[in-house]
Design a protein around this ligand. Structure first.
Ligand SMILES: Cc1cc2nc3c(=O)[nH]c(=O)nc-3n(C[C@H](O)[C@H](O)[C@H](O)COP(=O)(O)OP(=O)(O)OC[C@H]3O[C@@H](n4cnc5c(N)ncnc54)[C@H](O)[C@@H]3O)c2cc1C
Length: 461
């Protein structure tokens, strides 16, 4: 294959066209920088991905919700003239843990008074501890390092007394991180909570991170943002995985399969895990390499079952279910709406999370579909077994992210290598939602990180 060289055509190369990279590209392009964005996939949007079912329904198989305190994504949607609509939460939610099924409304699950008191105490304690850490601070003091040396599971064993509240918290950790409490450091968990402004904003639908959905889906947002960047002259190339980056004294060379781009600065806008797959020459500092190698992604398979109507609503159910069973650990109403605000179909979105996702990733689509529909039928009735369409996305098997929603820090990583998260290395700058200090792991954080990396680059050019 012939290799062509573009030595001086661009000032900045942004690697990755998720919301973070597209934000950085737009910010730089509008100040007159010559920007090229290289995206590995044949589509842009990364972990935000909308697909269309056989009957024309659009569904998000990646991220889908936005919340009222996520100011960056809300501002972007407003600018792009993209509307949101509220997550359906009317009716009763289902909780099925420790072999006991209950129905409840609002955000407080129906559990015994002792468990409820314990749960409220633990939420208060987590919030208090989260306020004492700073998601913007990656230098970890010796005092805080103690919290980094234990996992969330280890902390729960010591501080959560009731079996029920422990199960509810485990379900919450599964839901928020697509991971088990054993998989991450307690300090990382606290930073994540801090970056979202508390535990409840992460967990809640109404007024929380699951408050609203985006009309037309998240791929639309990426496409509209890319268009803005292109209007300012940015060049966005799909099907262009970056394989190698050479850091030179006065420029950087970025290699794809068939091109070499010589640029002044590079923004890497992807998870640390993804960035680890690029061949860096000369090698990045050892601490940065350790961080990238040891920050695994969460594990999630997302399923969407589409029905002629949202039949569970007639039964007084919201469609929201949280359980400690398999394959799904939770599901929500995902009914799509037409432009005039009427539901076009019914839909239930389900999540296989953490170890269940890893297990079911190996089982194949047929087995998964049958198990999901059987489980939905157990909660919502036999109609759930007959969807008009069924769509799933196994993010564990995804070539580019190898899991989702976001990068996780196991015990010890943050205190040892956290400083490397967003620290530029020579002409390389780091974006991606994992590097955000507000709403890290979310679209909002992706935008914040993209803006921060663009500002860093501008201050150097
Ligand atoms: C199932 C699921 C549910 C989620 N739910 C929500 C939600 O409800 N709300 C919310 O706010 N967030 C949610 N998220 C998280 C949200 O999607 C991410 O935080 C956000 O999309 C991250 O954006 P990013 O730009 O930082 O990274 P990405 O979107 O991952 O973008 C990185 C890009 O880099 C590309 N890339 C990787 N390697 C290379 C390479 N070598 N060369 C070139 N390009 C490369 C990738 O293809 C990708 O396009 C969810 C994610 C998933 C998967």
């Amino acid at each position: 294959m012939s290799v062509s060289r573009h030595d001086t055509e661009y000032d900045v190369c942004v690697i990755g066209a998720g919301l973070s990279g597209l934000t950085a590209a737009r910010e730089l392009a509008r100040t007159g920088q010559r920007v090229i964005v290289l995206e590995a996939r044949d589509r842009i949007g990364g972990r935000g991905f909308t697909v269309t079912s056989d009957d024309g329904t659009t569904v998000d198989v990646g991220g889908q919700w936005v919340g009222p305190s996520q100011h960056k994504i809300l501002a972007l949607l407003k600018e792009l003239d993209i509307e949101t609509y509220k997550q359906y939460t009317q009716g009763k939610h289902l909780l099925d843990i420790n072999g006991r099924q209950t129905q409840f409304t609002g955000s407080i699950p129906k559990i015994g008074p002792a468990a409820l008191l314990d749960l409220q105490r633990v939420i208060w304690k987590v919030d208090r501890l989260a306020r004492s850490v700073n998601a913007n601070e990656t230098h970890i003091s010796e005092k805080l390092a103690v919290l980094d040396n234990i996992t969330v599971a280890g902390w729960m064993q010591r501080h959560v007394f009731s079996k029920t509240s422990r199960a509810v918290l485990t379900a919450a950790v599964n839901a928020v991180f697509a991971a088990e409490p054993e998989e991450m450091s307690f300090l990382f968990f606290l930073q994540y909570v801090n970056s979202a402004g508390g535990l409840m904003p992460l967990i809640e639908s109404e007024n929380g991170a699951q408050d609203s959905r985006v009309v037309g889906g998240m791929s639309n947002v990426a496409e509209a943002l890319a268009e803005k960047a292109e209007q300012h002259g940015a060049m966005i190339l799909r099907n262009s995985p970056v394989t190698k980056v050479f850091l030179k004294a006065d420029h950087v060379r970025v290699l794809t399969a068939d091109n070499v781009y010589g640029v002044h600065r590079v923004i890497v806008a992807m998870s640390p895990r993804d960035a680890n797959r690029i061949d860096w020459q000369p090698a990045l500092p050892i601490a940065k390499r350790r961080l990238m190698k040891n920050m695994p992604m969460g594990s999630v398979i997302k399923t969407i079952a589409i029905y002629p109507t949202a039949f569970w609503r007639q039964q007084g159910l919201s469609g929201e279910m949280v359980c400690d069973r398999e394959p799904l650990r939770m599901c929500f109403d995902a009914t799509p709406y037409s432009k005039n605000g009427e539901p076009t179909h019914g839909a239930l979105v389900g999540f296989m999370l953490g170890k269940e996702a890893r297990h079911w990733s190996e089982q194949g689509p047929e087995k998964r579909r049958a198990a999901v529909l059987n489980q939905l039928a157990a909660y919502f009735g036999d109609k759930a077994k007959q969807p008009s369409d069924y769509i799933e996305k196994d993010w564990c098997a995804d070539e580019w992210t190898e899991g989702c929603y976001t990068g996780l820090m196991p015990a010890g990583l943050l205190s040892q290598y956290g400083e490397q998260l967003r620290k530029p290395h020579q002409r390389i700058h780091w974006a991606g939602t994992e590097t955000a200090s507000e709403w890290m792991g979310y679209f909002d954080g992706a935008i914040q990180a993209g803006e921060r990396a663009a500002a860093e680059v501008l201050s150097k050019l």
